[in-house]
Design a protein around this ligand. Sequence first.
Ligand code: WT7
Length: 644
Amino acid sequence: MIYKDGFYYPSDDFKNNANIKDESIYKKAQKDPIKFWEDVAGELFWYKKWSKGFERVAPSLKWFVNGKINITSCIFENNIKGWENIKNKVALIWEPENQQEETKYLTYSELYSKVNKFANALKNIGVKKGDVVAIYMPMIPEIIISMLACARIGAVHSVVFSAFSPKALNIRLQDTKAKVLITSDGYYRRGKVINLKQQADEGLEGTEVEKVIIAKRTGNEISVISNRDLFFDDILEKADEFTEAEVMDSEDLQFILYTSGSTGKPKGCEHVCGGYTVYAYWTGKAVLDLKESDILWCTSDPGWITGHTYVVYSPLLNGATTLMFEGAPDYPTPDRWAQIIEKHKVTIFYTAPTAIRMFMKEIDEKIDEYKFETLRLLGSVGEPINEEAWIWFFEKVGKKRCPVVDTWWQTELGGIAISSLPGIGPFKPTMAGRPLPGVKVKILDDEGNELKVGEEGNLVIEEPFVPSLLRNVHNNTEKYIKTYWSQYGEKIYFSGDGAYMMQDGMVRIIGRVDDVIKVAGHRFTTGEFEDAITKHKDIVECAVVGVPDEIKGFVPVVFVVLNDGAVVERETLENDIKNLLREAIGPIALLKKVYIVEDLPKTRSGKIMRRVLRNLFTGEDLGDLSTLANPEVVEKIKEVIKNQ
Ligand code: WT7
């Protein structure tokens, strides 16, 4: 890498080999973004070409109107790299948590065969185009096979992260009205067996699920309900070898993926076939510089959007090899992730700042023993990366040789929207980089005025947005409009992030301006925590805020006001609250601390001022307290924080 005036640029060697190396792409895309995306779409296989590139049908939008496509045909028989070229190469490397077990390798044709058979198995139990299939599975090859099999027959998958609680699964199953759930007997987490089937069974209560398919992984004892429960391998074995890919309209649903809502109810982001396929393909090609020879390790669980796009769809659309690791990157030893990179000759490593900060802390000295000779590109995603972590990643993992792409995007966007391109640059620690060619990002104040260079404001995307922008919130168009299209009207997509832009178009993401907290890269809202916590019989009201944390970025703390006369130990209360959160969301909803206070700071209209509470931790100015109805509580809360 070349360093000049505070910026890094790719070496000539990297640049010459990069998929995108010509700066002129930005100008070209800027001039006519719709044409730009049509050209990209034209690289892929379509059953029928679209008649119009982009159409705004407020509050939604359409891309590649009337085009016909199937993402699995673009991955397999019509892959851009040529089926003959890729069919015998490895599509998926699966590394088990237990090092005594064997790695699994699936070539493109082996994966193709399993996907076809499982697609037929789904058909055999009555799954049709447009039906929703819920997937609640750990990081095993069957999760990828399941997703692709759904896509093959035009069923809509809705993946629910396996660490979500039965209650969280239940809410999603109710909302999608899924008739089929695919799960596993269990999974390994740090050597321990978690009985996932039991959790699935609890989550099924009161839903319309008629069939449950179980992949065997851990062999733990599970309860099986005859006529309802089937085994993955059994039905796959019995199914026919080939199934024709369903010809999908560009705007047919590809999948629904939930993200935290501002209350207890999550938002089901709807992604569609045409735009998602094009965007997953292109962002992998341009930002991750994916080539046939690459082995990409994206550490996300497929249960998140990062896993959907960069573990499953994008690498396969680009004819590359994707690596999925079953376990936690620091188990059983802190350098397990480093061993995996070397063992499997990973070329692109895409992970989250929270993981990087953990690696940094756990194996700082030992890291020099690893040469990481095969690595050529590093990526970061999910939250702002601090300078120290960026430099460590760049120097100790990338050995100052690999570009580091800091990629900004969201579940709603389906793929990366801001990041410098690795073959062009520039890169600067803490700067996500430039918006991708064809993506019109602006920074606006609350009234919608465009801000000047360096001024902090709200990050928005202007028309024509990106081809894979969500089309709706499932069953809740009102929420869709309110969340994304109300702040600035229907022509401007509001991201919920604060940011500023530099002269050269580089964007610095500051963090959320709404009620979202990113904890170790996972997205929660204060509302969903608060909804769960106020269920406690002794709690009248509460306020959750995210406070900065060295490793996790932010961690939630809660301020609770107790019922008059409630007598409860703080420790007992803390345990109760943690249990409530585990029940409502899952073990990932980690709470840092509980503070019992007399009252919460409120405006005269009764709105809780979370900003004041947050600033008590960050040391930022508390702002004008005279707008509070009860400014005197602030001092009292300070005392409580000090004494605990
Ligand atoms: C939110 C979206 C993007 C897929 C994984 C997370 C934050 C994401 C970055 C980045 C700073 C980032 C934003 C965004 N975020 N990437 N590179 N720099 N912040 O998807 O769970 O939907 O969360 O994650 O706040 O809005 P998500």
